[in-house]
Design a protein around this ligand. Structure first.
Ligand SMILES: [Zn+2]
Length: 426
């Protein structure tokens, strides 16, 4: 059965009527300090989401990430999944949000876990990334129920852990157990804060690697009798700066990655350590070991193999020009880029929702960094996945993070309309 236009208006009105509740729920989620690392208060947050879903007619399950080393008695990894059946189980729309947040960090002028609501904004760590998104998902489904509309398919909402640290005990864990997979889910929307009129269709690839240079220890008063691993790392870094980084900056992807700087391939040096501990007691020694960790973000057009070969060749050139330079290269993390199919129904449904609610066309973007989309696509086998949610991307992980109430309400409406369309109800 198709919902008439009047039914859509009832849903949008139900969202407006629920606005104070949506704000309160977001604020309540922010007040639970689900800081990762180490993964605080996950069980409390899962329960708050689960209780709200149960009150809205969802069958709720809690999934502890048994078998994962980070799932411990002091910091249990608890995920929550709720399913609300309509007339049929399929099509199923799954809305997934991570409820872990990064540490507050310095520079706040208000309580990062106070959940303050002021002048049309909800403040706090995780307000934007992405507890407002979870609230939008929950109330999108709730508004449909309050409007008295039965879905033709079903809707599922999950709150998951550890996205900020890779999602292995969260979305990846659910997908590995086929709890979030093509066996049960047709469409996945992740309400990450990408700005309320933008649909995120994927992300760049990630290659984290470690380079170690090996030297030979010697007396610091006679450095010529040793081989300095730190100086050799300097040789590597000079080539990274002089050759690699300019080459990467000259490559541009066709995928609409935002911000503009991330349209190019990039490389960051995450950390470096060599010789003695700088804060420790010093003895006169030539450094025999130096390690650096690099974060290379690669483009869909580059691919992983070429990305890694380029690093290997740079290291070989550095070693060839510096006879005593010995090095090793170790892969730390590899995430291939993902991209939603251009004709995916999930994109079309959100585009129509955005233009109806906001009165302007949607923009397609891709994320500079990786997020749980990769697990949905690669492990869950669901290609029809995008990120769309309230909040301004640039505010994520910042001090005084906030989400606008207007954005939150509008995103809730867009999600509600998308659920109706994707379940075949409209
Ligand atoms: Zn996030």
């Amino acid at each position: 059965m198709r919902a008439p236009a009047a039914a859509l208006d009832r849903v949008l009105t139900a969202v407006d009527d629920a606005a104070p509740e949506i704000v309160d729920f977001t604020s309540a989620l922010v007040r639970i300090p689900t800081v990762n690392p180490p993964g605080e208060a996950y069980a409390d947050c899962a329960r708050l989401i689960g209780e709200r879903l149960a009150a809205g007619g969802f069958d709720v399950e809690y999934h502890a990430a048994e078998g994962r080393p980070e799932h411990t008695t002091s910091h249990p990894r608890i995920n929550v999944v709720g399913l609300r059946r309509g007339r049929h189980l399929r099509p199923n729309v799954h809305l997934n949000g991570h409820f872990d947040v990064v540490p507050a960090g310095a520079g706040w002028t208000l309580d990062p876990f106070g959940g303050l609501v002021k002048d049309g904004r909800i403040y706090g760590r995780g307000s934007c990334d992405m507890k407002a998104g979870i609230a939008a998902a929950v109330y999108a489904a709730e508004a449909i129920r309050r409007a008295g509309i039965a879905l033709d398919g079903s809707v599922e909402i999950s709150g998951t852990v550890d996205e900020e640290s890779g999602g292995y005990a969260g979305v990846a864990w659910l997908a590995e157990r086929r709890r979030l997979s093509a066996d049960r889910n047709d469409y996945v929307i992740i309400p990450e804060p990408l700005n309320v009129d933008r649909i995120c269709i994927g992300h760049r690839g990630v290659y984290w690697f470690e380079v170690t240079t090996h030297g030979r220890i010697g007396h610091g008063s006679m450095p010529f009798l040793g081989v300095s691993a730190i100086e050799h790392m300097g040789v590597v870094l000079e080539r990274v700066r002089g050759e690699l980084i300019p080459a990467l900056a000259a490559r541009t992807t066709k995928i609409p990655v935002v911000p503009d700087g991330a349209r190019h391939a990039t490389l960051n040096i995450n950390g470096i350590s060599g010789g003695q501990e700088v804060d420790g007691i010093q003895t006169p020694c030539v450094a025999d070991l130096c390690r650096a960790v690099f974060d290379r973000r690669f483009l869909l057009e580059e691919g992983f193999d070429a990305t890694k070969s380029e690093i290997e060749e740079l290291l070989e050139r550095a070693a060839a020009a510096t006879p005593s330079l010995r090095y090793s290269l170790r892969d730390l993390m590899i995430v291939p880029p993902v991209r939603t199919p251009e004709d995916s129904p999930v994109i079309g449904a959100l585009e129509r929702g955005i233009s109806r609610v906001l009165g302007r066309p949607a923009t397609h973007v891709a994320s500079p960094g990786t997020y749980d989309h990769k697990h949905v696509d690669r492990i869950g086998g669901i290609p029809h996945c995008v990120a769309y949610g309230p909040g301004i991307l640039d505010l994520a992980h910042q001090p005084n993070e906030w989400c606008g109430v207007d954005d939150l309400v509008n995103a809730t409406k867009v999600l509600a309309l998308a659920i109706l369309e994707l379940t075949g109800t409209t």
